[in-house]
Design a binder for this molecule. Structure first.
Ligand code: ZN
Length: 199
């Protein structure tokens, strides 16, 4: 006797699509090279402005990383960068360092690339120079205790205006194609970075 056809149970799985880090746009190697050049420029401008010698620079504990080197919690959609403060155990303070805190400037490749695609023919270098200079000024001011990391919204707004103004001042003396456009437009940007203290 033939077996009756088994009743098939069709299970339809609705899998919610959640964007993960794999779905984001990353800088390619040429763009990372551009960001590195922007970082060298930013460090030169800031060391001149804040009178920081080469050996003193080593005492500032920070890194500038692009998306490929970020942890999931260091990624944001809301800004060009996220500054994450890592508070180290004072007993592990490195000899010669200014203090125990370490700042990771997490560049958000996907947000920066999206802005460039909106801008049309704006190259990466002037925008990267603006973003990295701006974020490094924040880090120097935190490290020198000129500004606290966690402040009220009003204080944050004042600090942001000051950092924009300093960024403008430092970059306005540099000859970079399209920099005047970036200085005019991005000085008003309110989505430069978010701040986060690591657990
Ligand atoms: Zn800022």
């Amino acid at each position: 006797m033939e077996n009756p056809p088994s009743t098939g149970i069709i299970i339809i799985l609705f899998v919610a699509w959640l964007p993960g880090m794999n779905d984001l746009l990353y800088f390619d190697s040429e763009q990372i090279e551009t960001v590195n050049k922007a970082t060298i420029l930013a460090e030169e401008l800031i060391s001149d402005h804040f009178k920081i010698s080469f050996s003193e620079w080593k005492r500032y504990r920070y890194d500038i990383k692009t998306l490929k080197s970020l942890r999931p919690e260091e990624v944001t959609e809301k800004a060009f960068a996220q500054i994450v403060k890592y508070v180290c155990n004072p007993e592990r303070k490195l000899r010669g360092s200014l203090h125990t805190d370490y700042y990771k400037i997490c560049l958000q490749d996907h947000v920066i690339l999206k802005a460039l695609s909106r801008e049309g023919d704006l190259p990466l270098f002037p925008l990267a120079a603006y973003i990295v200079t701006h974020e490094l000024i924040h880090v120097v001011r935190f490290s020198r205790f000129l500004q606290s990391f966690l402040v009220t919204a009003e204080e944050q707004e004042r600090e942001e205006a000051l950092v924009h103004s300093l960024t403008h001042e430092l970059l306005s003396g540099v000859s970079i194609p399209h920099i005047n456009y970036v200085l005019d437009v991005y000085i008003h940007c309110r989505n430069m970075e978010t701040f986060r203290t690591a657990d």
